[in-house]
Ligand binder design. Structure first.
Ligand code: COA
Ligand code: MG
Length: 286
C-alpha cells in the first residue's frame, strides 16, 4: 500500500519546541529543514539537535525527510554524514537539483532514498531525467525559489509557474515517483490555501508542502478522496464487473462511460483512501 503524502510539513531543525510538537501533528510527512529555514549561525547546533531528536523521538507513521544544505555549501558534507545513514531518517532531500549528476554526487554517501527539490529553471527542464534516477523516491516543488529565478510575479492562479509545475508532474508520473506541491506562504489565509491545494490536487500532485501546523487540516482534507468519490469508485467497479459478466467492455454510471482504465483509477483511489485510513489509525486519530 502506498504511503500518503497529503501534508508534508517543514520544520526548521533549529526549533526544538516545533520538533517535539511534530510528534503529535497530523502530518503525513515531515521535512526537517537544515537549509533555508536555519540561519548560518545556527547550522551546526541545528544539525546536532536534529540528529539527537531523530535518534530518540517517535514520529510514528510520519515519513521523516531531512533537507540538507545545498551542494557546494560548507555544511552539506557534514549534513550528509549525519543523516545519510541515520536510523531515524526515511529520506534525504537535496535542494536545487538541476540535473541527475546532482543526485549522483550524493548517492554514494547516502544509504536512504533520495528526494529532490525542483526549484530551478534547469531542474524543471531536466525533470524527466531527474525523476528517472534509480535512487530517487520523491520530488518537492520549490515554488518560491522557482518564482524568484523566473522573475515571475505572485498570482493567485499561479499561471507563471504552471509550465514548471506541469513539467515536473509529467516527469514524476512518467517515472512512477511521488511529487509534492510547493508551499503557500500566507499561512493565515485559509481560503487561499484551500484554492491552491485544490489546484495542485487537480494537476495530479500527491500533496502539498506546508510551513505551519494550521495548514495541515486543509491539505489533509483536499488531497484525500472524499466519501462521494470513494462511493462512485465502488459503483464504477461493480458496474464494470457486471458489464464484463455480460460480455461487454463498457459500463455506464451516472451517464458517463466506464472502461477498464476508469476501473484502474477507481481502484487506485480506493487504495489511497485505505492507505489514509490506515495512517489515521496508526496515528491514533480515529
Ligand atoms: N512545524 C511544527 N510546529 C510549528 C511550526 C512548524 N513548521 N510552525 C509553528 N509551529 C508551532 C510553534 O512551535 C507553536 O507551538 P506552541 O504554541 O506549542 O509553542 C505553534 O505551532 C504556533 O506557532 P505560531 O506562534 O503561530 O508560529 P511562529 O510565529 O512560532 O512561527 C513561522 C511562524 C512561519 C516562522 C514558522 O511556522 C516556521 O518557521 N515555519 C517553517 C518555515 C520553513 O521551514 N521554511 C522553509 C521551507 S519554505
Ligand atoms: Mg529553496
Amino acid at each position: 500500500m502506498t504511503r500518503p503524502y497529503r501534508s508534508v510539513l517543514y520544520i526548521p531543525a533549529s526549533r526544538e519546541r516545533a520538533l517535539e510538537k511534530a510528534r503529535e501533528l497530523a502530518a503525513d510527512a515531515i521535512i526537517f529543514d537544515l537549509e533555508d529555514a536555519v540561519s548560518p549561525e545556527e547550522k551546526l547546533r541545528a544539525r546536532e539537535l536534529l540528529a539527537r531528536m531523530l535518534a530518540s523521538a517517535d514520529y510514528g507513521a510520519r515519513a521523516r525527510i531531512v533537507r540538507v544544505n545545498g551542494l557546494g555549501t560548507e555544511w552539506v558534507e557534514g549534513d550528509l554524514a549525519a543523516f545519510g545513514n541515520h536510523q531515524g531518517v526515511d529520506a534525504v532531500l537535496v535542494p536545487k537539483v538541476s540535473a541527475p549528476a546532482d543526485l549522483e554526487a550524493v548517492a554514494a554517501t547516502v544509504k536512504v532514498p533520495l528526494w529532490a527539490m525542483l526549484e530551478t529553471a534547469k531542474g524543471c527542464l531536466n525533470a524527466g531525467a531527474i525523476a528517472a534516477h534509480p535512487r530517487l523516491e520523491g520530488m518537492v516543488m520549490g515554488t518560491n525559489d522557482l518564482a524568484k529565478e523566473l522573475g515571475a510575479r505572485f498570482r493567485a492562479d499561479r499561471l507563471p509557474l504552471l509550465a514548471g509545475l506541469g513539467a515536473c508532474v509529467l516527469a514524476a508520473r512518467a517515472a512512477g515517483k511521488v511529487i509534492v506541491d510547493g508551499v503557500f506562504n500566507a499561512f493565515k489565509d485559509e481560503a487561499g490555501l484551500r484554492a491552491e491545494c485544490e489546484q495542485g490536487r487537480d494537476m495530479g500532485f500527491d500533496g502539498k508542502t506546508l510551513i505551519h501546523p494550521a495548514q495541515l487540516e486543509i491539505a489533509n482534507e483536499v488531497f484525500a478522496p472524499s466519501e462521494e468519490e470513494v462511493a462512485l469508485a465502488r459503483r464504477q467497479i461493480a458496474a464494470f464487473a457486471e458489464a464484463r459478466a455480460r460480455g461487454e467492455g463498457v459500463a455506464v454510471v451516472d451517464g458517463r462511460i466506464v472502461e477498464n482504465l476508469h476501473v484502474a483509477s477507481a481502484e487506485a483511489l480506493i487504495g489511497k483512501a485505505e492507505a489514509i485510513a490506515a495512517r489515521s489509525i496508526a496515528a491514533g486519530a480515529v
